[in-house]
Design a protein around this ligand. Structure first.
Ligand SMILES: Cc1cc2nc3c(=O)[nH]c(=O)nc-3n(C[C@H](O)[C@H](O)[C@H](O)COP(=O)(O)OP(=O)(O)OC[C@H]3O[C@@H](n4cnc5c(N)ncnc54)[C@H](O)[C@@H]3O)c2cc1C
Length: 219
C-alpha cells in the first residue's frame, strides 16, 4: 500500500505538474528498475553532480565508493545531497520542434547523506547494493575483506523528501500543427542486454550463472 506523501515546497513540480508523481510505491518502482543515479552536492559554492550506482532498502538509498573520493569525503560530514535517477523510455518526435519531448520516468530525492559506520550494517548495505544491480551475485562472489571494507565508504540517504515525474504516451502537438506534413511519433528506447562474455582468465568449465540468463531490469 502506498503511503500518502505531500510534496514540500522544494519538491513540488512547477512545469507540467500533471506529470508529477508523489506516490511512494510508484517512486520505488522507478528506483528499483534503475541502478545509476546522479548525486549533486556543493563544495564551497561549487556544485558537483557525480554519476554513481545505488541500492535501495525500504526508505533509504545507499551509495558507496572509495573512501578517498571527493563525493564520499564530503558526504561523510552529512552534506545535503540531491539524488536523481532517470529511466529513458523514448524519443517523442512532434510535428513542431517546440513540442518534441521524451518519454521518461525520473525521481529526485533531497536529503542528507550520512555515513554507515556500523560494520554489520555496512556489509549489509554493500550486499543490498550488489543485489540491487545483479540479484544473486553477492553470495557467489568472494566476500569483502577488512582492507577492502576500510577503503570503501557507504552512505545512506533517507527517501523522505522526493518527487517523480513521468511522461508517457504519444506526441502532443498544437491543434493547427496536426496537418503539417512530417513524420511524427515515438521512438521507443530501452536498455539492451548483450550476451555475457566470459573472462579469459576464468578457469574452464564454469557456466554463465542462472541469474544472468536473462538479465533484466524490468520490475
Ligand atoms: C530525460 C529527460 C529530459 C528532459 N528534457 C527537458 C528539457 O529539454 N527541457 C526542460 O525544460 N525540461 C526537461 N526535462 C524536465 C526537467 O527534468 C524538469 O522537470 C523541468 O525543467 C521542469 O522543472 P520545474 O520547473 O517544474 O521544477 P523545478 O523548479 O526545476 O524543480 C522543483 C522540484 O520539482 C521536482 N522535479 C523537477 N523535475 C523533476 C523530474 N524530472 N523528476 C522528478 N522530480 C522533478 C524536484 O523535486 C525539484 O526540486 C527533462 C526530463 C527528463 C527526465
Amino acid at each position: 500500500m502506498s503511503l500518502p506523501f505531500t510534496p514540500t515546497p522544494r519538491t513540488r513540480l512547477v512545469r507540467e505538474a500533471d506529470r508529477a508523481v508523489y506516490d511512494r510505491d510508484a517512486v520505488y518502482r522507478i528506483l528499483d528498475e534503475g541502478f545509476l543515479c546522479h548525486v549533486g552536492f556543493a563544495v564551497e559554492g561549487q556544485p558537483f553532480v557525480i554519476p554513481t550506482s545505488y541500492g535501495r532498502k525500504d526508505d533509504c538509498l545507499f551509495i558507496h565508493g572509495s573512501a578517498a573520493s571527493r563525493m564520499l569525503r564530503q558526504m561523510k560530514e552529512g552534506v545535503p545531497v540531491c539524488v536523481t535517477v532517470t529511466l529513458l523510455d523514448g524519443l517523442v518526435l512532434a510535428r513542431s520542434i517546440f513540442n518534441h519531448s521524451m518519454n521518461y520516468r525520473s525521481v529526485v530525492v533531497l536529503g542528507k547523506a550520512t555515513l554507515v559506520d556500523d560494520p554489520a550494517e555496512k556489509i549489509e548495505a554493500l550486499r543490498l547494493l550488489s543485489e540491487h544491480i545483479i540479484p544473486g551475485r553477492w553470495a557467489d562472489s568472494r566476500q569483502p575483506n577488512e582492507r577492502e571494507l576500510k577503503a570503501t565508504s557507504v552512505l545512506r540517504v533517507p527517501i523522505e523528501e522526493f518527487s517523480a515525474k513521468v511522461r508517457s504516451g504519444p506526441v502532443v502537438d498544437d491543434e493547427e500543427d496536426y496537418s503539417f506534413p512530417v513524420w511524427a511519433g515515438v521512438v521507443p528506447l530501452e536498455m539492451k542486454v548483450g550476451e555475457p562474455i566470459g573472462d579469459s582468465r576464468m578457469d574452464g568449465g564454469l557456466a554463465v550463472p542462472g541469474y544472468l540468463k536473462p538479465y533484466s531490469r524490468a520490475r
